[in-house]
Write a protein that binds this ligand. Structure first.
Ligand SMILES: Cc1cc2nc3c(=O)[nH]c(=O)nc-3n(C[C@H](O)[C@H](O)[C@H](O)COP(=O)(O)OP(=O)(O)OC[C@H]3O[C@@H](n4cnc5c(N)ncnc54)[C@H](O)[C@@H]3O)c2cc1C
Length: 311
């Protein structure tokens, strides 16, 4: 790709594609540069549940980003072909914990053995492979292009475009030498859907927790979080533990045929890096380090990144 663009977006995960869509739909000539296909990114592995924290744990900026995304995904859920659907489900905890006001609390009968509190909520769930394809179509419909290329430095983009958005996820560790970015390995088991319509998620998340998210044909079972383990191969012992924990909560999953195993590395950072930096001849906005919430934060962060870039 040698055509000069208005902006180069590095990364074709959910963060880069969402930024690319926002910029292209504003009329900019957008080139997305990625070393891997969107279907081979961490984003393709996310479950992905869109949620707004019902507590005040998150800082104000995060809460705004979550709220913006939640509204966008709720709108997308009403459209065909996006991969987004709203589903009802339970968020539960093993420890007694204060429940957010205004939500329907689980009755004792609705709490599986070992759980002491929980509530019902309705959230968008995103079938990520379908959703990433939708974003690519939307990007291309607005004139955006995708180039497959590995960058070793943002300086390689010098002369290509005056604007750059760095959405390299875990790759930012090497690309911009950010040693605060770390990997938090996740693994899913994908099974046939035996007729489940409601999700179930244990909170708070620790190294291992129970979670299942039903889609039309399949159910995604999780979850684990292992720091600094970057093994891309599924651990079949862990997979069996994931499946068993879910069966204890939902016995209908016992005979569900295993379709696939998935591994993804969450790009964690002490906080999301969303800031502007003047590089040699280029104005760059960094937008990476979204950890286990990149889909949830994607639209909010994209809108902020665009505002920073156009300032
Ligand atoms: C098991 C699991 C479950 C999850 N569940 C949820 C969930 O329920 N809800 C939620 O909101 N989030 C969830 N997440 C987190 C979410 O998946 C991530 O936060 C999100 O995908 C990060 O997106 P990204 O675009 O920053 O990174 P990625 O998807 O990793 O994309 C990075 C892009 O940058 C490109 N790149 C990197 N380096 C270079 C380079 N040097 N040159 C060129 N290109 C480069 C890559 O090729 C890729 O295209 C989950 C993650 C995992 C692993």
């Amino acid at each position: 790709m040698d055509v000069r663009a208005d902006v180069v977006v590095v990364g074709a995960g959910v963060i880069g594609l969402t930024v690319g869509v926002c910029l292209a739909e504003q009329g900019l000539r957008v080139q997305v540069c990625t070393r891997s296909a969107p279907s081979a990114t961490t984003s393709a592995v996310a479950s992905a549940m869109i949620w707004v924290r019902p507590d005040l744990v998150a800082d104000a900026a995060t809460r705004v980003r979550e709220r913006v995304s939640f509204e966008e995904f709720t709108t997308l859920a009403a459209l065909e072909g996006t991969g987004v659907a709203t589903r009802r489900g339970r968020l539960v905890s093993r420890q007694p914990s204060p429940l957010p006001a205004g939500l329907q609390h689980c009755t004792p009968q609705e709490l599986p053995a070992g759980f002491s509190t929980g509530f019902w909520t309705t959230l968008p769930l995103v079938d990520m492979p379908v959703y990433l394809d939708y974003l690519i179509r939307r990007l291309q419909a607005a004139g955006g292009q995708i180039e497959y290329r590995e960058l070793h430095s943002l300086d390689e983009l010098s002369g290509r475009a005056p604007l750059v958005v760095n959405c390299a996820g875990l790759g930012a560790r090497e690309l911009v030498a950010d040693r605060t970015v770390r990997s938090l390995r996740g693994q899913h088991v994908i099974v046939d859907n035996p007729g489940l319509a409601e999700f179930f998620v244990e909170m708070p998340w620790g190294p291992a927790w129970v979670a299942y998210w039903p889609y039309a044909e399949h159910v995604v079972l999780g979850g684990i979080a292992i720091p600094d383990d970057e093994d891309p191969e599924p651990d079949l012992v862990l997979a069996e533990q994931i499946h068993q924990r879910c069966i204890e909560v939902e016995p209908r999953l016992r005979d569900a045929r295993v379709r696939a195993h998935q591994v993804g590395l969450r790009p964690v950072r002490p906080e999301v890096r969303l800031e502007i930096e003047q590089l040699d001849g280029m104005r760059c906005v960094h937008n990476y380090g979204h950890g286990g919430s990149g889909v949830t934060l994607s639209w909010g962060c994209a809108r902020e990144a665009v505002a920073l870039l156009m300032r």
